[in-house]
Design a protein around this ligand. Sequence first.
Ligand SMILES: Nc1nc2c(ncn2[C@@H]2O[C@H](COP(=O)(O)OP(=O)(O)OP(=O)(O)O)[C@@H](O)[C@H]2O)c(=O)[nH]1
Ligand SMILES: [Mg+2]
Length: 346
Amino acid sequence: MFIDEVKIRVKAGDGGNGCMAFRREKFVPRGGPSGGDGGRGGDIALIANQHYNTLLHFRFNPEHKAERGRHGEGSRCTGRDGNSIELPVPIGTVVYDADTGDLIHDFTIHGDTHIVAKGGRGGRGNAQFASSTHQAPTEHEPGHPGEEIHLRLELKLLADVGLVGFPNAGKSTLISRISAAKPKIAAYPFTTLEPNLGVVQMPNDTTFVVADIPGLIEGAHEGHGLGIRFLRHIERTKLLVHMVDVSESTGRKPLDDFKIILKELESFSPELSRKSMFVVASKIDVAQDPARIQSLKRMAARRKLPFFAISAVTGSGLEELKFAMSAAVQGVGATEGRGTAGNLAS
Ligand SMILES: Nc1nc2c(ncn2[C@@H]2O[C@H](COP(=O)(O)OP(=O)(O)OP(=O)(O)O)[C@@H](O)[C@H]2O)c(=O)[nH]1
Ligand SMILES: [Mg+2]
């Protein structure tokens, strides 16, 4: 589980001022008070929207102000109300008062709306103050200020895609190429010590979240290497992308790497090995022996797992992989070749 967090400041619209005026008309002596009330200021509401996955849209937009109410006018004209604003948040967003830490609202269903700052009431115009004993009132009120509040929005991000593989397989490099995430990348194993999250933005404005977790090695489920404790971060993903370094520099066979990781996933939880899985041959730019790629590709075909060959350095194959990930996350696209890792056990 990863937490995305933003702080925003919202200010509802102030109410419009009440007006002081008297009716003045030919042949109507002492026309009486006619100042209208001010309009209400606009509210600011948050609304849960299933098309948003992240709080990214607030990052560059942390201040929101609703329109104020118009002032009242003569002839008992009430000022127009200010327009309210609805800010979309992803389902799962929890809203706190940033200053007191109090929970304000927890958005769990699409369309759920909560007003976080109420617009100010309009001030009353002098027409409202008239009574039988007070026929020419000059009292009129200013508008009430709109509420202003500092909010902390918190979203527990669930990764849609989990990257798994040996240390040094190029997982962090991949996430840095397809998302804005800037993980540490280095030519030694166990560069990644904590999971990284990247939000991938597709040209059609959909997004999905990829988790890069520390590399696994044989015996990880017994605590070797960094162990498997990070696997819970990808337990709820829809898709696993299994990266296998096919360059000679590993000194291992790609197929062996693949099977070792699979065994570790299975030892962690059988559900994990039943997830949809892509097989990705990584670092093809430096793979001298095509047979290493072919063996992996044949194995993927046998198990009906979609296969991709990429180089995060040259960019080769990245677009195709990105689109396939997006389609798998949205649950559309090719139905054939939708194997799961568990097929391998059979
Ligand atoms: N030539 C080449 N090198 C790559 C490619 N992808 C990654 N590398 C290099 O491989 C090394 C390891 O990359 P990382 O992305 O840190 O690997 P990782 O899988 O995140 O490793 P851990 O965090 O240790 O599990 C770095 O030196 C990268 O520059 C590639 O497509 N081609
Ligand atoms: Mg890494």
